[in-house]
Ligand binder design. Structure first.
Ligand code: ATP
Length: 267
C-alpha cells in the first residue's frame, strides 16, 4: 500500500504560526491539541474523543499546509491517504485498499490521517453508472469507521469542491467540525505576506505589507508565495541587497492570480 502511493508517511516541519489567516481554524486546532495531549484526563472529565476535521475550499488557500502543521502541533506521525490512487481498476480493489490503509493507520495510532481529495472516492455515488456501487460501498465503509472509530486516529479530510461531497459526510457527528477556507481577505493577505517575508527578514525589513495586500485582491496564499519568490529572484539577479515594496508591486502588476488564469482556461 505504501509502494503504490496510496498511503504515505510524511515528515513535517510546518507550524501553525506559518499560516496567515484561518483565524477560526487555528484556535480550534490548538484546543484539540490540548485534548489529544492530555487524553486520559480529558476523557475522565467527559470530553468526547476527537474524530477529526473536514477542510473544504479553494486551491492554494492552505488546506495541505494546515494538515501538515496540525500533525506537527499534535506531535504525531502524519499519514497521507491519497483518494485518487486508492480507487483501483479491478472490482473490490478500492475497498481492499481502503481497508488496508485504515488498518495501517490504526496500527500506527495515535496519528493524524490526512485524507486528501476526499471527494474523489465518492464520485458517481448513487448515479447507477459504472463504479457507482463501489463508491457507495466505499463510502459506507468509511462512514462506519468514522462513526465507530476507537483508536486515536485524528482524520483531516481535505476537498476542493463541497458540492461533490455526499451530504451524509458533512452531517454533524462524522467530523467534529467542518471549515471552509476562502481566498484571503485584505487583512489576511497582510499576514500571509508577513509569513513569507519573515523568512527573508534581512532582505525585506522596509516592506509595506498593507500596500501589497491592497494590490492582491483575489490572490490565494500560494499566489502570494509565488510573488515573494519571484521578487527575491529578481533582486538576486539584479544584485539588489534588499527587497523593496515597489519591486513586489511590479511583480504583482505582471502576474495573474491562479483564479484568473483558471477562468481564462475555461473560456
Ligand atoms: P490544493 O487544493 O491545490 O491542494 P491547498 O489549499 O492544499 O491547495 P496549500 O498546498 O496548503 O494549498 O498551499 C500551497 C502553498 O501556498 C503553501 O505551501 C504555502 O506556502 C502557501 N499558502 C497557502 N495558504 C497560505 C496561508 N494561509 N498562509 C501562508 N501560506 C500559505
Amino acid at each position: 500500500i505504501k509502494k503504490s502511493g496510496i498511503l504515505e508517511m510524511l515528515t513535517v516541519r510546518e507550524r501553525l504560526e506559518d499560516i496567515g489567516g484561518l483565524g477560526k481554524l487555528k484556535p480550534w486546532l490548538h484546543q484539540k491539541a490540548r485534548v489529544m495531549a492530555d487524553w486520559p484526563a480529558a476523557r475522565a472529565f467527559g470530553v468526547e474523543p476527537p474524530k477529526g476535521v473536514m477542510i473544504v475550499g479553494m486551491p492554494g488557500c492552505g488546506k495541505s499546509l494546515t494538515a501538515k502543521a496540525t500533525a506537527a502541533l499534535f506531535n504525531l506521525p502524519l499519514l497521507k491517504l491519497d483518494m485518487g490512487s486508492l480507487m483501483g481498476k479491478y472490482v473490490g480493489e478500492s475497498e481492499g485498499n481502503m481497508r488496508r490503509a485504515i488498518q495501517v493507520a490504526e496500527a500506527v495510532s495515535p496519528c493524524v490521517l490526512w485524507v486528501d481529495e476526499v471527494e474523489k472516492a465518492f464520485v458517481g455515488m448513487g448515479s447507477g453508472g459504472e463504479g457507482s456501487e463501489v463508491a457507495t460501498r466505499l463510502f459506507g465503509y468509511f462512514l462506519t469507521w468514522m462513526q465507530d472509530k476507537t483508536k486515536q486516529v485524528f482524520v483531516i479530510a481535505t476537498a476542493n469542491d463541497i458540492s461533490a461531497l455526499p451530504p451524509e459526510l458533512l452531517r454533524k457527528g462524522r467530523f467534529d467540525e467542518i471549515f471552509y477556507v476562502d481566498f484571503p481577505s485584505e487583512a489576511e493577505r497582510v499576514e500571509i505576506f508577513r509569513v513569507h517575508l519573515q523568512r527573508r527578514k534581512q532582505l525585506s525589513a522596509r516592506i509595506q505589507l498593507e500596500r501589497l495586500a491592497k494590490a492582491t485582491a483575489g490572490y490565494s496564499g500560494a499566489d502570494i508565495e509565488s510573488v515573494v519568490k519571484e521578487g527575491i529572484e529578481q533582486a538576486f539577479v539584479e544584485d539588489c541587497p534588499t527587497l523593496e515594496t515597489e519591486r513586489l508591486l511590479g511583480v504583482i502588476g505582471n502576474t495573474h492570480p491562479l483564479r484568473e488564469v483558471m477562468k481564462k482556461k475555461v473560456q
